[in-house]
Write a protein that binds this ligand. Structure first.
Ligand SMILES: Nc1ncnc2c1ncn2[C@@H]1O[C@H](COP(=O)(O)OP(=O)(O)OP(=O)(O)O)[C@@H](O)[C@H]1O
Ligand SMILES: O=C(O)c1ccc[n+]([C@@H]2O[C@H](COP(=O)([O-])O)[C@@H](O)[C@H]2O)c1
Length: 186
């Protein structure tokens, strides 16, 4: 079995994540894609609580026929949020799976600050997606959606509803739980 991991803060998840996962599943010969929300972010990004981001990732998974899953692995004790450590654990735990790691091209500039990226390349196939606004050589596929969690948080802070950028089930969950300052519907 081949599994591609899309790690991220998912704060909140958005249609760009869904499109990225769908593109990889449709074209890269993988059986499943696992959304892997960060428990703690290696660069200290502040995020809504893990369980809420997991629930919103599950809302994205519900848009698929079952090939998209949410992995809770990064909450396990001993992990640091560094991808190489998580991947090493997964490789040990699932010797039957062949792994890919998905990153958007915006991440390329950060890679010098990642822990042991060369080891990640040894343990997995790295798929670099062409994220709109971040052109780079050796990306795969067409530019993907011009949307980010930062944009969505900004819209929400201005009281705007990002209904076209966040899957409806995810935004409904966020509203129900008062995330990002959203008020539950009366
Ligand atoms: N629109 C997109 N197209 C392609 N890849 C994306 C897109 N949005 C996010 N990604 C990729 O998904 C992974 C997780 O992204 P993340 O959860 O940090 O979302 P983000 O929108 O970049 O968040 P933020 O704006 O908070 O930094 C990263 O590898 C990122 O490059
Ligand atoms: O391994 C590292 O050193 C490392 C450094 C920064 C980010 N990452 C991972 O990259 C993924 C996307 O991160 P981000 O910043 O786009 O949310 C997420 O799974 C992070 O854990 C990993």
């Amino acid at each position: 079995m081949q599994v591609a991991i899309l790690g991220g803060s998912f704060n909140p998840p958005h249609v760009g994540h869904l499109m990225a996962a769908t593109y990889v599943h449709a074209t890269q010969g993988v059986d499943e894609v696992w959304l892997m929300p960060s428990w703690q972010h290696p660069f200290g990004k502040q995020m809504e609580p893990f369980e809420h981001r997991v629930a919103m990732c599950d809302a994205l998974c519900a848009e698929t026929s079952g090939w998209l899953k949410t992995s809770l692995v990064e909450q396990e004790p001993g992990l640091s949020g560094r991808t190489v450590d998580t991947l090493t654990l997964l490789v040990d735990r699932h010797p039957d799976i062949r792994w890919s790691i998905i990153i958007g091209s915006d991440i390329l500039r950060d890679l010098p600050h990642w822990k042991d990226f060369h080891r990640i390349e040894e343990l997995s196939r790295v798929i670099v997606l062409n994220r709109a606004g971040y052109p780079a050589p050796s990306t795969v596929g067409p530019p993907l959606a011009e949307v980010s969690s930062t944009l969505i948080r900004d819209l929400l802070a201005r009281g705007e509803a990002p209904a076209e950028l966040v899957p409806a089930r995810a935004i409904a969950y966020a509203r129900e739980h008062g995330l990002y300052g959203l008020k539950p519907a009366p």
